[in-house]
Design a protein around this ligand. Structure first.
Ligand code: FMN
Length: 479
């Protein structure tokens, strides 16, 4: 097989993820999002189609930027109501064997100590099929839900995320040494206390004294995803991410972000090819080109203009209710997702996007481009994107399960015939399925691996690396 293309399904535990208006379509099932069966069936479908993972977005605030209130979002169910994605995963994992589960959690919403245990628990229950999409939030309403006046400043949020990860890496990689769990039933010894250490983290934003409460899970650190391609976002991705969810209206825009992030990774001493870039696309297919376009037109008739602008306003932090429909968008620096505004303005000066264009564009499946065509045409298009540096795709839906049924039954066989998509899963954890055998755990020079190695390098356990927050703020770490 030539280099295979990676595929994720992009979803959310709510009625309307990215296609406002379409939840009323007769073939859409998302009004049953509170029914576990909906999700188990989706997971089984995706595994039948050999998808790498189900990628679950999440928010912890409401979309109230559009016209300064949440009326449009609530009326159109634009990501509200929204349930917690993590609770879906054990049931879906139990019904499947290989599908990965990438879920989103903002560094705002859980203390890292609690979150690290939650991930370890999920990684155990899924036998190592968990990935975490690390996000820093974009809705000011989310900040207000956690006792703050709003969100911290854009780049400061990434600084907080850096330290959040440092705490998690210590818990996942440095607290329980390899071999700590003995499970000796004859002697009645479960684990060796000499091999379990407190992390004693005292940083600028977090303080965690003790040891990790969960024993090491198959991957220890989950597969790390990141989305957000502002300059600071790319820096963060270059340091931590194994997979990047990248957004742009065409391969050239996305290619720019990828090239820069790979270069930044190289500067950090990482192999730039160790990062998988998945582009955000929406896919509508049919037996003929005309059938695919008819489907698109039918969906298009049903989209909600207000519901779409409520989402777009929330993502960008710009109230799209204030503009005339034919006014072109100019770059405005906000405290929300800078990638989206940049992608529609400065990243591609050859095209001017009016408010009307944008509302139509995001209405079906959100801010990524919509690809419409026969399976053969779509396979050609995917190859054009791959040529621009993309490794795979995160497929957003118009309707569920319809979009994924069409993809699995129509597009997957064509991709497999061309040798572009896996026919069988690799054995092992999600990381091994993505990166190959021998990649169960993160390796040097990734920062997570450095925390693990530190244990081996010091006689009595964990000690800080130069430049860590502890160095500046605490002298209590070294033991
Ligand atoms: C394609 C894409 C998907 C994202 N998904 C989420 C999400 O589900 N939840 C969330 O809180 N933030 C999400 N974000 C926001 C970012 O991850 C990020 O932390 C932040 O908003 C800043 O992005 P920036 O670096 O592009 O400015 C997403 C961003 C992009 C580009």
């Amino acid at each position: 097989m030539s280099k295979r293309i990676y595929f994720n399904a992009f979803h959310m535990n709510c009625v309307v993820h990215q296609s406002p208006g379409l939840w009323v379509h007769p073939d859409d099932q998302m009004h049953k999002y509170t029914d576990l069966g909906t999700w188990v069936e989706l997971a089984k479908l995706l595994e039948r189609g050999k998808f790498d993972a189900l990628f679950l977005a999440d928010v912890v605030g409401v979309y109230d930027v559009y016209r300064g209130n949440r009326e449009a979002a609530v009326t159109q169910a634009s990501q509200i109501p929204v349930n917690d994605p993590a609770f879906l995963i054990p049931a879906m994992a139990y019904a499947t064997e290989h599908l990965g589960f990438a879920f989103t959690s903002s560094v705002l919403q859980h203390h890292p100590f609690t979150f690290a245990r939650m991930i370890s628990t999920l990684d155990h229950l899924t036998k190592g099929r968990i990935a975490w999409n690390i996000v820093t939030s974009y809705l000011e309403s989310a900040g207000r839900n956690f006792g703050q006046p709003g969100l911290a400043q854009h780049d400061d949020r990434y600084d907080i995320a850096d330290e959040y990860l440092e705490v998690c890496y210590k818990l996942w990689e440095a607290s329980w040494q390899d071999g700590a769990v003995i499970k000796d039933r004859q002697r009645g010894i479960y684990a060796d206390p000499a091999k379990v250490k407190d992390i004693d983290h005292e940083g600028r934003y977090f303080k965690v004294h003790g040891c990790h409460l969960a024993e090491p899970s198959p991957q220890r650190t989950p597969v790390l995803y990141q989305a957000g391609a502002s300059p600071r976002g790319r820096q963060f991705a270059a340091q931590h991410a194994e997979c990047v969810f990248v957004l742009g209206s065409n391969p050239q825009v996305v290619g720019q972000y990828i090239q820069d992030t790979r270069e930044k990774a190289r500067q950090q001493g990482r192999n730039p090819e160790d990062i998988i870039f998945l582009a955000y696309v929406k896919v509508i297919t049919g037996d003929t080109e005309a059938a695919a376009h008819r489907k698109y037109d039918e969906f298009f008739e049903q989209i909600s203009y207000d519901g779409g602008l409520a989402l777009l306003s929330g993502w960008t932090g710009i109230d799209f209710g204030q503009f005339e429909p034919d006014q072109p968008l100019e770059y405005i620096e906000t405290n929300a997702i800078r990638t989206i505004v940049h992608g529609f303005t400065e990243a591609d000066p050859s095209r001017k996007w009016t408010m009307r264009d944008l509302a139509k564009y995001v209405g079906i499946g959100g801010a990524g481009p919509v690809l419409v065509g026969t399976p053969e045409q779509l396979a050609d298009t995917f190859q054009e994107w791959i040529a621009a540096g993309v490794d795979g795709f995160n497929i957003a839906y118009a309707i569920t399960p319809g979009t994924f049924v069409d993809f699995v039954d129509g597009v997957v066989p064509v991709l497999q015939r061309r040798g572009l998509m896996q026919r069988d899963y690799q054995e092992g954890t999600l990381r091994e399925k993505l990166f190959g055998k021998g990649h169960a755990r993160l390796r040097d020079p990734h920062p997570a691996a450095q925390y693990r190695r530190l244990w081996a390098d010091t006689a009595n356990g964990y000690a800080p690396t130069p430049g860590e927050h502890q160095e500046e703020n605490s002298s209590s770490i070294a033991k």
